[in-house]
Design a protein around this ligand. Structure first.
Ligand code: B1M
Length: 798
């Protein structure tokens, strides 16, 4: 309601935020590294002046100086976040109030990485945001601005915290890189699908890039968004001039690009890093005589994970049915034992077999379904990028799953019973899923198609009263078994057709149920699938291992013109002598697969058994390094994103722990030799390779002083000086950190330290090593040991 009031003021004009706070603070002498929000308490006048300048420039909304004011950042400060946020919002309110303008409570990222990639739990993030929201609303903020988000999951925690603990309008913007995705891999359309689902009032992009470079990202957002879009670009691309980060474009260039965006449909603007009141004034002038475009409802049906959006109704999309305890004894056993290995394995297998969405059912009477559902959702999202269909008749399990899910899920299901609708629709509305609507009500499943259609109508109408759009409802006309209810088979098919014709909604069917109790089930499943597809089925829930069913879908899409010019069909079947691609169905995965898929326990298990037949070094060289190389390539080609890269690295750690134990157990640690300093250079956090070198050196009796990763040059120099070190080993994995390797070597030389330096890391070669003044280059860990033995000749041979 509050948002409608706010928006009505801007019905015929653009809404304008202010520009950068940090840039202005730096101009007024704030030292880098100091927490800027403290100034709300210690130097209120500075903040006041900045707000005043932006208001004078024509901003309608000023943003409180509270971006980083969370309890983690301020845990050792003299001031509480209560002090800081209260002061920040108060100052802004006073200034804005003078001109009848508004104040946005600013919430930036917490500054820690969320689980499973990092350690910050969803619950902890939610709590931090909640505290900020409560203080901000109490002090009089008019709206909440969640901004500069790189992680969709963190954005979700912030949005839920804002919506559940205040009645203020919620605006949320994310930050994109040059490759068109956020650091954690979310693309603009996925952001729109997830954030719209969560019910934000405004969404968009801030920071990232300059306005010219943002145009493509803005186009994508506008293409999918049915709500107002906010854009706050930087003042050009950031550049380091040797001392400071600088931004190059003029206010005029900035506003010229803003005008282009306004013509495309953006309604709300502001500035981010590098902008100042001149930029805002320039936008005010440029938009003075323009009117914002009306917003169009886009009308598609979509679900998403953090990195992948699946549009339902654009071609046939498959929900994999295998993560369901019905008839799966091994899965049942795992559920009872609280394990998730089956879920992870089946997620990967079905993904490889062509599932678009994964069905997730954990329903066993003897377990705590809500908490198991949470665990299961996390397990799936750790290993695959597919969206999830959270399947349970238990609304508490649905809610637990939907809350913890990263993205927009399918919520499976609601039905025509009044009580069920009353419990499930609020969940759908709050967490923003697509919901599967079963055509059953208090009187059971109707025998005939028409009655099922009328239940569908009732559900769609009731959903609308909760603010749930028809586009988010997927109707299930219910597959009954041909063995028990043969007559009703064709009623289901007819119902699918009628539901589509009458309401234009998307449809889903669990296909395999048709053949229950009959022999050669695949024959009936396939035939039923073909009939249902022809009637308008969009989303079969099926066995992804059944190639015959996948063939029918592929053929159907060619014959109905969905697969334009048979492009996918030819791609799939053309060159492979009618043998379609079944990438993976074996369950006993090899070590490289386990690493690529991020299956930690699996990797540890395989490593242990491999060690019975392979040398530790062989496992590193023949399995681990090639697997990581492949992940690196997939990362580069955007087949996987940072969370998956991290997941693979974590998996390698598990595998390497086991290898390390073995190496050290077999080792010849008795000879005490001189110490070697090892470090991954400044700016580089890759340490898997360096750690391997360390273990092997220790195995050959050397004493290693491991300085860790991202190591300051001074620390290397200091240690070499203090301990009279004769050999230093430096590792670097990125082209961008090789210069720091050179700087470290230069510093050792400048300090006239007589140590030798050996360098290594995938990005280096002998030439580079020579160029940066290293004494030795080691292509791998064995080579590093050989060099150490050369320098300390008493050693045994490798
Ligand atoms: Co990143 N990463 N990564 N990464 N990562 C690379 C290096 C990359 C090539 C991937 C890609 O884009 N294809 C790319 C660098 C591109 C470039 O510079 N041209 C890259 C990038 C871009 C990034 C980030 C910037 C991503 C982002 O945030 N957007 C970020 C960097 C953060 C930073 O450092 N500031 C980042 C982060 C990460 C993770 C944290 C997710 C993780 C590292 C986890 C960890 O190390 N604790 C990670 C990983 C795993 C990789 C890949 C996939 C694998 C690296 C690895 O461990 N290889 C990597 C792609 C690749 O290399 N194929 C990639 C296995 C390891 C055993 O090999 O380290 O070469 P290596 O060590 C060998 C030898 O080289 C030698 O012996 C070892 C054993 O034989 N050796 C030495 C190594 N050091 C030695 C020292 C010696 C002697 C021998 O004497 C002292």
């Amino acid at each position: 309601m509050k948002f409608k009031n706010l928006l009505s003021k801007f019905d015929k004009k653009f809404m304008l935020f202010d520009g950068a706070m940090g840039t202005m603070l730096q101009k007024s002498g704030l030292q880098p590294g100091k927490l800027p929000e403290i100034l709300n308490v210690t130097d209120a006048e500075v903040i006041k002046q900045i707000h005043r300048k932006y208001l004078d420039a024509g901003a309608d909304i000023i943003i409180s100086n509270t971006f980083g004011a969370n309890e983690l950042k301020y845990n050792s400060s003299d001031y509480t976040i209560e002090d800081i946020i209260t002061a920040g919002v108060k100052i802004a309110k006073e200034e804005a109030g003078r001109k009848g303008k508004l104040v946005a409570l600013d919430l930036g990222p917490i500054g820690q990485v969320m689980e499973p990639t990092g350690n910050l739990s969803f619950k902890a993030a939610y709590k931090l945001f909640k505290n900020q929201v409560v203080i901000g609303e109490r002090t009089g903020a008019d709206l909440i601005l969640i901004e500069t988000m790189s992680d969709l999951y963190e954005a979700k925690a912030a949005v839920l915290a804002a919506k559940e603990n205040s009645s203020l309008p919620v605006f949320c913007t994310m930050t994109f890189q040059k490759d068109g995705r956020t650091l954690m891999g979310t693309d603009p359309k996925t952001m729109v699908v997830a954030l719209e689902g969560l019910g934000v009032d405004v969404l968009g992009v801030n920071c990232s890039l300059g306005p010219a470079e943002l145009q493509g990202i803005v186009d994508e957002i506008l293409k999918y968004s049915s709500i107002p879009v906010l854009v706050q670009p930087n003042a050009g691309l950031p550049r380091y001039d040797g001392r400071n980060t600088v931004y190059d474009i003029t206010p005029e260039e900035f506003s010229n690009n803003i005008v282009i965006m306004a013509k495309k449909g953006v309604r709300i603007f502001g500035g981010c890093c590098g902008t100042d009141p001149e930029f805002i004034e320039s936008i005010v002038n440029a938009l003075k005589f323009m009117k914002p475009l009306d917003i169009r409802e886009k009308g598609y049906t979509a679900v998403c994970s953090p990195t992948k959006t699946v549009f339902i109704g654009k071609g046939i999309k498959i929900i994999g049915e295998k993560i369901n305890p019905t008839g799966q004894e091994d899965y049942k056993k795992e559920l009872i034992e609280g394990k998730v290995n089956y879920i992870k394995k089946q997620s990967v297998v079905q993904d490889n077999q062509g599932a678009d969405i994964l069905g997730l059912n954990v329903g066993l009477p003897e377990i705590d379904e809500p908490s198991t559902m949470k665990k299961a959702v996390k397990a799936v999202q750790e290993v695959v990028q597919l969206p999830v269909d959270i399947d349970s008749p238990n609304p508490r399990a649905l809610e637990a799953g939907a809350r913890i899910y990263n993205g927009k899920p399918i919520i499976n299901s609601v039905n025509g019973k009044k009580k069920v609708m009353e419990t499930v629709f609020p969940i759908v509305k709050k967490y923003g899923g697509c919901v599967i609507a079963l055509t059953i009500d208090e009187n059971g499943i109707p025998n005939n198609a028409e009655d099922r259609v009328s239940i569908a109508g009732k559900i769609i109408k009731t959903a609308a009263s909760y603010g749930i759009s028809k586009r988010d409802i997927i109707v299930d006309c219910l597959t009954l078994t041909a063995s028990a209810q043969q007559k009703e088979v064709m009623e289901t098919i007819k119902a699918v057709k009628l539901v589509k014709e009458k309401f234009g909604v998307k449809t889903v069917l669990g296909v395999s149920n048709i053949s229950y109790g009959l022999p050669r089930r695949c024959v009936l499943n396939r035939t039923f699938l073909a009939l249902a597809l022809n009637a308008g089925l969009d989303l079969p829930i099926m066995n992804t291992q059944d190639q015959g069913m996948k063939d029918i879908i592929a053929g159907f899409q060619v014959l109905t013109g969905i697969d334009k010019e048979g492009e996918n069909y030819i791609g799939e079947y053309g060159s492979k002598s009618n043998s379609p691609k079944v990438k993976c169905s074996e369950t006993d995965k090899k070590l490289n697969d386990a690493i690529i898929e991020g299956m930690g326990e699996e990797a540890a298990r395989i490593t242990s058994s491999l060690l019975k037949v392979e040398k530790p070094e062989n496992i590193v060289n023949s399995y681990i390094i090639p697997a990581l190389d492949e992940v690196g390539k997939m990362y580069e080609s955007q087949d996987v994103f940072l969370p998956q890269l991290i997941q693979s690295a974590e998996t390698v750690k598990k595998s390497f722990e086991i290898i390390k134990k073995k190496i050290l157990k077999d080792g010849k640690k008795s000879i005490k030799k001189d110490s070697i300093v090892l470090a991954t250079v400044k700016g580089d956090i890759h340490d898997i390779g360096k750690n391997i070198v360390k273990v092997l050196l220790e195995n050959y009796g050397f004493d290693v002083i491991d300085l860790g990763r991202d190591v300051d040059i001074e620390k290397v120099v200091g240690t070499v000086k203090d301990r009279d070190i004769k050999l230093v080993g430096l590792s670097a994995l990125m082209t961008t950190t090789v210069p720091n390797m050179k700087k470290t070597i230069d510093a050792l030389r400048e300090n006239q330290l007589k140590c030798k330096v050996v360098v290594g890391g995938a990005v280096l070669n002998q030439n580079y090593a020579d160029m940066i003044g290293a004494d030795y280059y080691a292509k791998d860990a064995r080579e590093a040991v050989k060099i150490a033995q050369k320098i300390f000749p008493v050693s045994t041979t490798v």
